[in-house]
Design a protein. Structure first.
Lengths: 501, 35
């Protein structure tokens, strides 16, 4: 018996979709790329929203809405008994991300605590972060090193993040997921706009806008910019994750498909732009030179967020308050996505006939236990981010396979057009789905050829290099392991989860 | 900020934020029509 709940209104569903899409990536990845590649990157990112993200989200949303099951059940119901394992892969790929995503949420909480402590230190006359950095410039780097590996507090905050999520989700869709996002999403926008207004009024803040928006023609001839724009759109909108399929499985019977997806896609991109308007002017205003600011943007997601931004804010009067606002925004963004991810698991457990209470508590236990290695070891975290981040492109491929198997034209007529407030062009939908198969293959090959590992396939002794954070051998081994498990369980998955017509 | 930078900003904000506002307005109209 499936969980029989629905959102109270269209707005509840839209806010949940925005909460799902707007996450840490909007704050720690998008501004870095926008600052480095400017308006050229932004234009490509908008194009890939239309080519990659919107068609896949349309497909996912309409599948979940039709079958009213979790990802495994909805996917299996569409593709039939041979391919139920693909829905299993999509589910467990996103679940593997959930296991370490709660750690990102935990880091956000810890830095929020650090910023609040800095405010308290200022008023009590204790040593502030700015003073600590003046006597030890590496203070924040050391703080991050201690926090990200072998730290009991990080584990505690990881557990607290999952439990807090489940406190909301156990209450159901309307009183849980919907209510949480009604608070989280407007608050997030307000906080980011507040930082943006303050940052734009700082000395060199306007230079950040120039770097963010100026279109430079030479970037268009750089394939890396195209692939970064495609990756950002794919990861940030949640296309291929199975999350929007989960959310739409709680939609009301006559809920619109196309308009809700366009609101979700453009809403996510608007949140990214607002985050860029908050972070880039801050970095450019507070760095000692524009070259230094560019260097900061190239430092990586974790370094920018957890070392550079608090360091920059600590330099200015009242910067500790700005840090509080920033890390509160970061936590809210990460937490809103974490809720959708845990709900994906709850929905699948609910399809087994479990009550919401039992499903939510089991999901919490799973997320806590399997998130522990990432909470304890940054290397493990980075490995999982590498393996399952690229794995999401495989998940997207499986969604496209399902559409192509049904026939894109027929799929659009049968699934998308039936309840849409406006109809997307059939040629647009079909050609994007076909083009995306090629794009997905290019993306996977490109990411795997990045050369992050010294020995991508075999180590110096010629052994399969599976124990390496960034090796391709690690990716392939874990993907195949999950696929084999799905294939072994395939018959049971179909029998248990699919809707039989 | 350069003129080209300002024009690019208007173009990009127009597409993204304008698009979001347009679709939201469409949904508000659809919902009010249902009531």
């Amino acid at each position: 018996m499936a969980l029989k709940e629905t959102f109270s209104s269209r707005w509840g569903l839209i806010l949940a979709s925005l909460g799902m899409a707007i996450g840490a990536g909007n704050l720690w990845r998008f501004p870095r790329l926008a600052g480095q590649y400017g308006g050229s990157f932004l234009l490509l990112w908008i194009i890939f929203l239309m080519i990659w993200s919107i068609p896949i989200l349309l497909a996912e949303f309409s599948i979940g809405k039709r079958y009213q099951r979790g990802v495994i059940g909805s996917f299996a119901s569409l593709v039939g008994p041979k391919y139920a394992w693909m829905g299993f892969f999509i589910t467990f790929c996103t679940l593997a991300i959930t296991f370490y995503y709660s750690v990102v949420t935990a880091w956000g909480l810890r830095y929020l605590g650090l910023a609040l402590g800095d405010v308290a230190a200022y008023w009590s006359g204790d040593i502030t972060l700015g003073e600590a950095l003046a006597s030890d410039p590496a203070y924040l780097d050391n703080f991050w090193e201690r926090l990200s590996s072998g730290n009991a507090l990080t584990i505690g905050l990881h557990i607290a993040s999952v439990i807090l999520g489940c406190v909301f989700l156990i209450r159901g869709i309307q009183r849980g997921l919907e209510l949480a996002n009604k608070i989280l999403i407007p608050s997030l926008f307000v906080l980011l706009i507040l930082i943006g207004v303050i940052a734009l009024n700082m000395g060199n803040g306007i230079a950040g806008l120039e770097y963010m928006f100026a279109i430079k023609a030479h970037h268009f001839s750089n394939p890396k910019v195209w692939l970064e724009a495609l990756s950002q759109s794919a990861w940030s909108t949640g296309a291929g994750w199975g999350l929007i399929m989960t959310i739409s499985s709680y939609s009301r019977a006559r809920e619109d498909v196309s308009l809700n997806i366009f609101i979700s896609g453009f809403g996510n991109n608007t949140a990214s732009i607002v985050a860029g308007l908050a972070i880039l002017p801050s970095v450019f205003a507070l760095a000692s030179s524009e070259a230094e600011a560019i260097g900061y943007l190239q430092a990586g997601n974790q370094a920018l967020t957890f070392s550079i931004i608090p360091k920059l804010f600590a330099q200015i009067p009242g910067g500790s308050y700005l840090s509080v606002v920033f890390f509160l925004a970061f936590f809210l963004a990460a937490f809103s996505s974490l809720l959708a991810m845990v709900e994906l698991f709850i929905r699948n457990l609910g399809d087994l006939g479990w009550t919401r209470q039992r499903s939510a508590m089991s999901a919490a236990a799973f997320c806590i236990i399997f998130g522990l290695p990432s909470a304890w070891s940054l290397d493990f975290f980075n490995n999982q981010d590498w393996v399952w981040g690229i794995g999401l492109i495989i998940s997207g491929l499986f969604i496209m396979f399902a559409v192509l198997r049904h026939g894109p034209k027929r799929f659009k007529a049968d699934f998308i057009d039936t309840d849409s407030d406006f109809q997307v062009h059939t040629g647009y939908f079909s050609s994007c789905i076909m083009l995306n198969v090629g794009l997905a293959i290019v993306l996977i090959v490109w990411w795997m050829s990045q050369g992050y590992a010294e020995y991508p396939w075999f180590d110096a002794e010629g052994r399969w290099n599976v124990i390496d954070v960034y090796s391709n051998a690690s990716i392939i081994t874990q993907w195949i392991g999950l696929m084999v498990l799905g294939l072994v369980l395939n018959r049971w998955l179909y029998k248990t989860f699919a809707v039989k017509s | 900020m350069s003129i080209s930078g300002i024009l690019s900003m208007i173009l990009i904000l127009g597409i993204v934020v304008g698009g979001f506002a347009y679709f939201l307005r469409l949904a508000i109209k659809k919902e009010s029509g249902k009531e």
